[in-house]
Design a binder for this molecule. Structure first.
Ligand code: PHE
Length: 438
């Protein structure tokens, strides 16, 4: 049964038995903010895209990366014109705190406040990155939390501004030609003219569409050509010689016309982003004068792209706190994930005095230790590290301590097994190198 009230990040919310369906385990993920971690795949990808947008000549995108995940039903649905009976509103699809509050299902929930904010600051564009929540199936590529980046760009309608818009499209087309991997674009089927908004001229509609499409193609080119370059460096086998992208028409309640962009990767069309020309009502709700602006918006899914760029086989890995995952990624770099064991490791130390060099034994090289362990434990050892080195002030004898991590890639190892391996290692060190165990 549902408790009367829920305490989330220091705020107390009244629950509602007809709506409340958030769970403790979901709420525990609300303060992870993986997108803010610049050396996490999600944060690395966010940085690459933000940087590409904000280095376009003549555009500046105000960036909002700190919105909290709890929003009102109005922000998530009503402000965007979702019909009352839209399936996305149902308790089977969305995590509700109560009848009025929920975990945002998309970053579009913040479009209103961002449009309002850029209006107040005389800016023309914004980017939002955040974690979003949906009740969904469970498999390798689905997780109840994922990340989106929302973007939008507006223009006034004076001939001067339209001229500027036209010029930016030319610049985008030019930038697209600079990538070494050619991108091949398949256009969507021509759409019904009635999806155009009557307040816009035909020319304005076409300019918005072209700027939107070229901008997103540029992001795809930037991200995927980075991947292709890193594949070339590693002399990977199946390097695509061109990048195939296609546009598909679709509908969203707050944009018209609307599209999705898909990228051909690993023999499949990967759907990465929904977008469209912003409906005038949305801008009016945000405080713009009627019919004063035209522009576009998009919402891009970060997790699937990150998985493919970094070759992360299971979406749950993005949420792990395991150091063996995190130490593999660095800010600004697209590296390839190397799988590690999901079974726990067991650490054992071996400390010993080296024999007197006057004796028949020579000093031991680190690699000799490695070889002994490798010979005895084989693939049951994950790592061997020197953890201590000590020179006795009087006897001048040297002592070393090595830490062995016993860990299998595919099973649990018993304690008895580890004891046995460790005894053999100790024994071998003594008999082969004449060390004195401490
Ligand atoms: N919010 C939409 C989604 O999650 C994507 C979108 C954003 C579409 C902005 C149009 C404009 O699918």
């Amino acid at each position: 049964s549902v408790p009367k009230s829920l305490e989330i990040n220091g705020v107390s919310y009244q629950s509602d038995p007809n709506f409340t369906n958030v769970t403790e385990s979901i709420l525990n993920l609300t303060d992870r903010s993986l997108h803010l971690n610049e050396s996490h795949p999600i944060g690395i990808l966010r940085n690459i895209i933000e940087h590409r947008f904000n280095s376009l000549p003549g555009s500046h995108f105000a960036t909002f990366n700190h919105f909290k995940p709890i929003v009102t039903k109005w922000q998530n649905f009503d402000s965007l014109g979702f019909p009352k009976d839209h399936p996305g509103r149902s308790v089977s699809d969305t995590y509700y705190i109560n009848g009025e509050t929920l975990l945002r299902t998309h970053t579009s929930a913040h479009e209103q406040e961002c449009f309002h904010s850029i209006k107040e600051n005389n800016e023309e564009a914004f980017l939002i990155s955040a974690d979003v929540y949906r009740r969904d199936e469970i498999d390798r590529t689905h997780y109840p939390v994922f990340h989106q980046m929302e973007g939008a760009h507006l223009w006034g309608r004076s001939s001067e501004e339209l001229h500027h818009l036209e010029k930016s499209i030319k610049e985008l087309e030019q930038l697209l030609k600079n990538y070494t991997t050619k991108i091949v674009v398949k256009e969507a089927d021509p759409f019904d003219d009635s999806t155009r908004q009557p307040y816009m001229t035909n020319k304005e509609a076409l300019l918005c569409e072209a700027h939107l499409k070229r901008s997103l193609e540029l992001i795809v080119a930037e991200v995927f050509s980075k991947k292709i370059e890193s594949m070339k460096l590693k002399k990977s086998t199946e390097i695509p010689d061109s990048l195939q992208v296609r546009w598909v028409t679709t509908t969203f309640p707050w944009t018209t016309p609307s599209w999705e962009i898909e990228v051909w990767w690993n023999n499949d069309w990967l759907e990465i982003c929904g977008c469209g020309v912003v409906k005038e009502q949305v801008l009016r709700n945000a405080g713009y004068k009627a019919d004063s602006k035209i522009g576009w918006a998009f919402g891009l899914g970060l997790d699937r792209i990150a998985m493919l760029l970094f070759e992360i086989p299971d979406i749950r890995l993005l949420w792990t706190k395991d150091e063996r995952f995190h130490k593999q990624f660095k800010k600004g770099e697209i590296t390839t994930f190397k799988p590690y064991s999901k079974y726990p490791g067991t650490l054992r130390d071996v400390a010993f005095w080296l024999p007197d060099t006057s004796e028949k034994f020579k000093e031991i090289h680190e690699n000799d230790i490695m070889e002994i362990v490798r010979n005895i434990a084989g693939d049951l050892v994950e790592s061997v590290k020197l953890t201590d080195e000590f020179l006795h002030p009087k006897t001048h004898r040297k002592s070393l301590c090595y830490r062995i991590n016993y860990q299998s890639m595919d099973r649990n190892i018993t304690n008895a097994e580890i004891n046995d391996l460790q005894n053999k290692v100790n024994h071998e060190l003594v008999s082969k190198y004449g060390v004195e165990l401490r």
